[in-house]
Design a protein around this ligand. Structure first.
Ligand code: NAD
Ligand code: MG
Length: 422
C-alpha cells in the first residue's frame, strides 16, 4: 500500500484472489438447486452456470424425459442426489446407468413431482410444454422458490398457479428473457405507476417473408432462428410468433397489468428484451446479448447477481437498434393468443394444447406452416362450442381441458388429411 492508501495492482489482484479462494474454500452456504428439464436447452444452460460456480451451488435433483444417457451423465458430472425420467419405460435403463453412483433413480409422473419437492433453495422449471405444470406446482406447494422457464404453467393455469404461489408464500423469478427484463425494470416499483409493458420479439426467421413464402416454409427453415439457440418447440413458436403470444399471457399473470397495457414490438437484433413505461414517461429497458445464461443467472442468484460468461455488448458494434410493429396478418398466432388472454378462462390452455399438436404436426410434415395458426383458431372455435373455455380452478380440471383440446385438434387434423386425400 502506498501513502495514499492505494494498493498496487498486482497486490490488489492477489487480495482479490485470496478473498475468492476463501469464498471457495470456507464453508459458505451453497444454494441447493434442482433442475426440472435438465437435459433441455434451459436445463443445460443452468447446469453450465452452476458447473462454473461449484462454490455457490449444489445440485439436488435433475430430471429428463427419455434421454437416459444424457441425464445420467449430467447427474454424475454435477453430483446430483436424484435423477428422474418422466417416461417410466426408461426406469430400468436409468437405474442400471446409475448403479454404484449413490444417485437415486426414479421414473414417471409421481417421481417427477417427488424430484420437484426435494428440499432445495431453488427449483428451475425447465420442462417444456404442459408436462411442466404438475411438477412445478409440486415445487411451489413445498414453498420452494421457483425459477420459472416453463411458461405453460402460467398459460394453462395462470390464476391457479399464482394463487398457489401466494398460498405457499414463496417467490417466482422469471427466466424467460423478456420477463426477466420486466422483472428487473419494475424492481419493486408501485404497480400504480406502471403504464405499459412492451415485450420485444425478434420476428423469427420469417420476419420478412410473404404469405406465399410462408405457405411453403419447411421445418428446417423454421428451426433456423436468427438470434437464439433454443429447444425445437419454442423455436417453431418463435417463427409463428405464438411464442410472443404465450409470453403476453405469461406477463399478464406475472405482473400487475391489464391486457390492454401489454404490447409487442418486433426488434430484430434481440438486444432489448423488454421495456416498462412508467407514469412519468420514463421507459426502462434491459439490454443483453441474446444468451439465456443472463436471465438464468439472475434467477439463480436473485436478489444478488452472479457472473455469467456471455458476450458483452459493444454498443458501437451493435450500432443500431430497430423496432417495428408485428404484422398480425402474416403472423396470426399473435392475435389468437391476445384474444385468448382477453377471453380468459381456459381459452389460453386450449390455445396452448392446440398449438402443441400443431407444432408437432408441422415438424412431422403432416401440415404446412400457415396451418399452425389455422388449427389453433379452429380448435378454439370448437372448444367454445363445447363449453370448454370456462375457468377451472383445480389441476385435474385444467389437465382434462388440456387433454380434451388436444383431442379436438387431433380430430381436426385427421379431418384435414382425409379431405386432402380425397
Ligand atoms: P427443450 O426441448 O430443449 O427441453 C425440454 C426439457 O423438458 C428436456 O429436459 C426434456 O427431457 C423435458 N421434457 C419434455 N417433455 C417432458 C415430459 N413429458 N415429461 C418430463 N420431462 C419432459 O426445451 P427448452 O427450450 O429448454 O424450453 C423449456 C421451457 O423453457 C419451455 O417451456 C420454454 O417455453 C421455456 N423457455 C425456453 C427458452 C430457451 O431459450 N430455450 C427461453 C425462454 C423460455
Ligand atoms: Mg422469451
Amino acid at each position: 500500500m502506498d501513502r495514499m492508501g492505494r494498493v498496487p495492482k498486482a497486490s490488489a489482484n492477489a487480495t482479490a484472489e485470496m478473498v475468492a479462494s476463501k469464498v471457495r474454500n470456507v464453508d459458505v452456504e451453497r444454494k441447493r438447486v434442482s433442475v426440472l428439464g435438465a437435459t433441455g436447452s434451459v436445463g443445460r444452460s443452468t447446469l453450465d452456470l452452476m458447473g462454473r460456480n461449484p462454490h455457490m451451488f449444489e445440485v439436488v435433483a435433475l430430471t429428463g424425459n427419455n434421454n437416459v444417457d444424457a441425464l445420467a451423465e449430467l447427474a454424475v458430472r454435477h453430483g446430483a442426489s436424484m435423477a428422474v425420467v418422466g417416461d417410466d419405460r426408461h426406469y430400468a435403463a436409468l437405474k442400471s446407468r446409475l448403479a454404484g453412483t449413490g444417485i437415486e433413480a426414479g421414473a414417471g409422473a409421481a417421481a417427477l413431482a417427488e424430484a420437484a419437492m426435494q428440499s432445495a433453495d431453488c427449483v428451475v422449471a425447465g420442462i417444456s410444454g404442459a408436462a411442466g405444470l404438475r411438477p412445478t406446482l409440486a415445487a411451489v406447494s413445498q414453498g420452494r422458490r421457483v425459477a420459472l422457464a416453463n411458461k405453460e404453467c402460467l398459460v394453462l393455469a395462470g390464476r391457479m398457479f399464482m394463487q398457489a404461489v401466494r398460498d405457499a408464500g414463496t417467490e417466482l423469478v422469471p427466466v424467460d428473457s423478456e420477463h426477466s427484463a420486466v422483472f428487473q425494470a419494475i424492481a419493486g416499483a408501485d404497480p400504480a405507476t406502471i403504464e405499459r409493458i412492451v415485450l420485444t420479439a425478434s420476428g423469427g426467421p420469417f420476419r420478412t417473408w410473404s404469405r406465399e413464402q410462408l405457405a411453403r416454409a419447411t421445418p428446417e427453415e423454421a428451426l433456423c432462428h436468427p438470434n437464439w439457440s433454443m429447444g425445437r418447440k419454442i423455436t417453431i413458436d418463435s417463427a409463428t410468433l405464438m411464442n410472443k403470444g404465450l409470453e403476453l399471457i405469461e406477463a399478464f399473470h406475472l405482473f400487475p397489468v391489464l391486457p390492454a397495457q401489454l404490447e409487442v414490438v418486433v426488434h430484430p437484433q434481440s438486444i432489448v428484451h423488454a421495456l416498462v413505461e412508467f407514469c412519468d414517461g420514463s421507459m426502462l429497458a434491459q439490454l443483453a446479448s441474446p444468451d439465456m445464461r443472463t436471465p438464468i443467472a439472475l434467477s439463480l442468484a436473485w436478489p444478488a447477481r452472479m457472473s455469467a460468461p456471455t458476450k458483452r455488448l459493444d454498443l458501437v458494434e451493435v450500432a443500431q437498434l430497430s423496432f417495428e410493429r408485428p404484422d398480425e396478418g402474416r403472423f396470426q398466432a399473435l392475435g389468437l393468443a391476445r384474444q385468448a388472454m382477453q377471453r380468459g378462462g381456459m381459452a389460453p390452455a386450449v390455445l396452448n394444447a392446440a398449438n402443441e399438436v400443431a407444432v408437432e404436426a408441422f415438424l412431422t410434415r403432416r401440415m404446412g406452416f400457415l396451418q399452425i395458426a389455422k388449427l389453433v383458431a379452429e380448435t378454439l372455435d370448437m372448444a367454445e362450442g363445447r363449453n370448454l373455455l370456462a375457468e377451472v380452478d383445480d389441476l385435474n380440471g385444467v389437465l382434462a381441458v388440456d387433454a380434451a383440446a388436444r383431442g379436438l385438434a387431433l380430430n381436426l387434423l385427421e379431418t384435414w388429411s382425409l379431405s386432402a386425400a380425397h
